[in-house]
Design a protein around this ligand. Sequence first.
Ligand code: S5P
Length: 257
Amino acid sequence: MLRLPYAQRAELQTNAAAKKLLQIMEAKQSNLSLSLDVTSKAEALRLADIVGPKLCLLKTHIDIIEDADAAFIADLTALAKQHNFLIFEDRKFADVGNTVKLQYESGPFKISSWADFVNFHLLPGPGILDGLIAAKGKAERGFIVLSQMSSKGNLFTKDYSQATVALAEQHPEHVIGFICQNKQTKDPRFLHLTPGVNLASKGDALGQQYRDPTQAIVKEGCDIIIVGRGIIEADNPLTVAEEYRVAGWDAYQTSLG
Ligand code: S5P
């Protein structure tokens, strides 16, 4: 499955945040996203600082950080600048457009003011994307639609996944790509971000399913690997993050042919 280099794909982008992400991927030789699934801001900032130089993208679940506050967001966005990565809040919005607009721009987290990317389910229909687009927030931001999931027994069907691709194709300036397990479209404008990646494990006791970076990128055609516990539970997160970065980059080089 041959692909265009990130630099060329950056040129095709009409979404400024996606263009920036592809430029960072090229500059840092990284298609690695860390899933920062820890519950204290001190641990989150410690990990983001250590592993940040290896990342193109940091994925957050802001609602699991017990002491999250405005200072945390300020510190995290400062680290993003310092280490040159973007931030993706994995909020998985799934409500009617007006509620999602409020969840995205209001409440304690004001996600639209700091996250470069957020993701959403298409389950409620296309009004959810209209709600996200209508929200106030960062000038440069993009939306990622969940087209598939990594978990055992999930209810995503082929038709549903195809509907998410059709939506993305109608809004390429807003929808920058997919959370998925394999390639959804050959259109090089869209990024395929894939969770369920681990070098040492095949899954967990709660339905997660893993494969390695080579499988995800070379065989399944994904672009960005999302890794959580594979890195954050390692004795040396920096060393292991570098292993994932190299594995992801080598797989990308292979996919270029
Ligand atoms: O299908 C999915 C979609 C997502 S965004 N499967 C997932 O696991 N995720 C997220 O990726 C999940 O919420 C978690 O934050 C991360 C995977 O973490 P890991 O520790 O299993 O690598």
